[in-house]
Write a protein that binds this ligand. Structure first.
Ligand code: SF4
Length: 239
């Protein structure tokens, strides 16, 4: 438990530093368990950090329900960033509603329209952004730092839970009575859009249910893309 206390103290200090030194800063929440840990810390400490989520139009109703849970629990209204309707219409007309199953390129184009472009809009004008990513979540996150330079967005990116294990996340949630997405209790440790997420079996990697038809190395949703290529963003400092 003392390890968790240390992690919590370090994470709270990181969040305070972001609010003090990197304002304006925003937290991109996917409304999953990790993100609820960060939302709980930000909102209880009343830090000046905005929270938004990418409302892709393909989320589970349980995930969208977390926006209501946050309002009820903390009195905070999460900002929703949605894709451009014209871009969705063109993609669906040309390729079909679920063309992301056809190829990695089709999937990345869907993610670009529904996630990357709205993310860029949400980040515009900020000095830093925050994610709930952890190092142990997948092969593409093995080098994740707490603080990174994000050249793609021209700002600093923070992953305050980079050092946390899945167990740490759940210990914090239980100890602090933090609301969480009910899908986590139904075999979904990692939750994205409904058609691109499935429940996993015991023993499978926690992200095995995300874009499960692809290779693990190509699974990120393109949120860290430069010139159309997935880039590793170097850590500039660990806090
Ligand atoms: S996760 Fe699936 S539905 Fe969501 S934006 Fe990416 S490809 Fe489209």
């Amino acid at each position: 438990m003392s390890d968790l206390n240390t992690l919590v103290g370090n994470t709270q200090a990181t969040l305070r530093r972001i609010a003090d030194e990197f304002s304006p800063a925003v937290f991109a929440s996917s409304l999953a368990a990790e993100d609820m840990v960060l939302a709980d810390m930000i909102l209880k400490a009343k830090l000046s950090i905005g929270i938004f989520t990418l409302e892709t139009g393909r989320l589970h109703k349980e995930t969208l329900g977390m926006v209501d849970r946050i309002r009820e629990t903390y009195g905070y209204e999460v900002a929703l960033y949605k894709p451009e309707p014209n871009a969705i219409d063109a993609y669906v007309k040309q390729n079909g509603l679920n063309a992301f199953y056809d190829s990695v390129d089709m999937r990345k184009e869907c993610c670009r329209i529904r996630k990357v472009e709205p993310l860029n809009r949400a980040l515009a004008g900020n000095k830093a952004w925050i994610t709930g990513q952890r190092r142990s979540q997948s092969t593409t996150r093995a080098e994740l730092g707490v603080q990174e330079d994000d050249p793609a967005h021209g700002m600093t990116k923070f992953n305050p839970l980079a050092d946390w294990s899945e167990e740490d996340v759940w210990n914090y949630i239980r100890a602090n009575n933090v609301p969480y997405n009910p899908l986590h209790d139904k075999g979904y440790p990692s939750i994205g859009c409904e058609p691109c997420t499935r429940a996993i079996q015991p023993g499978e990697n926690v992200r095995a249910g995300r874009w499960w038809w692809e290779n693990p190395e190509s699974k990120e949703c393109g949120l860290h893309v430069v010139d159309g290529k997935l880039v590793r963003i170097k850590a500039v400092a660990e806090t």
